[in-house]
Design a protein around this ligand. Sequence first.
Ligand code: NAD
Length: 260
Amino acid sequence: MLKGKTALVTGSTSGIGLAVARALAADGANIMLNGFGEAAAIEKERAGLEKEFGIKARYSPADMSKPAEIAAMIHATEKEFGTLDVLVNNAGIQHVANIEDFPVEKWDAVIAINLSSAFHTIRAAVPGMKARKWGRIVNIASAHGLVASAQKVAYVSAKHGLVGMTKVVALETANSGITCNAICPGWVLTALVQAQIDARAKASGKTVREEEIALLSEKQPMHQFTRPENIGALAVFLASDAAASITGSAYSIDGGWVAQ
Ligand code: NAD
């Protein structure tokens, strides 16, 4: 479906971003990877995408907290592939503390990477999408884009902001062949979350499954994780022609978290 199109996924060297990049590549898109990590591991993923899916993949090391690097990444993508058709804003970080203890530099970093980076990528990518009369923008927000949790002031503010940005961009591009939507995951089983569960099980002497249920049931009625591949499949759907009239939406994929 996406053969001949180009997708850029920010923060795609691990977790959800990598799964989204893989799903878009499986659908035929050329891929621009981005994110931090070991050079050898990133090169292995890049070359692996090309081999497994017969597409072209490149990597940008741009730091999503640096507007000039973001602009250069968008230009490099359009230069390398000729187009940028699918933009997935996924890079994100977290910091947990009460507001009175929240370090100012952590606030600035979370807002820069989780919110402002999407402003910078979208504003640079939209002119090309408008000129080609086709584009798909998918913002990876969170259940925390719709509801709050204590001690996550920067993350919740950024993700609510990202859902708002999604709506504004949808309105501004409504008749340009472009759609802009947000995906709002609940708990997703990434390496980082698995490590937290393993540590809880080790400390408590309970089983991994018991600790999984304990972690999930604090927020989710469904005691099951969303898998990164599930987010990838939803992103592919939102990039498809079947989703051509879906814009400005925030799709929950959260085991019922925000239904409560
Ligand atoms: P992760 O830590 O596995 O991946 C984050 C990615 O962002 C990595 O590739 C990392 O290198 C990259 N990154 C971080 N800072 C960057 C920067 N300054 N510049 C460029 N890249 C940077 O995390 P994940 O769980 O896969 O999260 C991905 C997105 O999904 C985030 O926006 C997160 O908020 C969101 N999300 C995750 C969950 C979950 O349960 N894991 C739930 C809801 C939303």
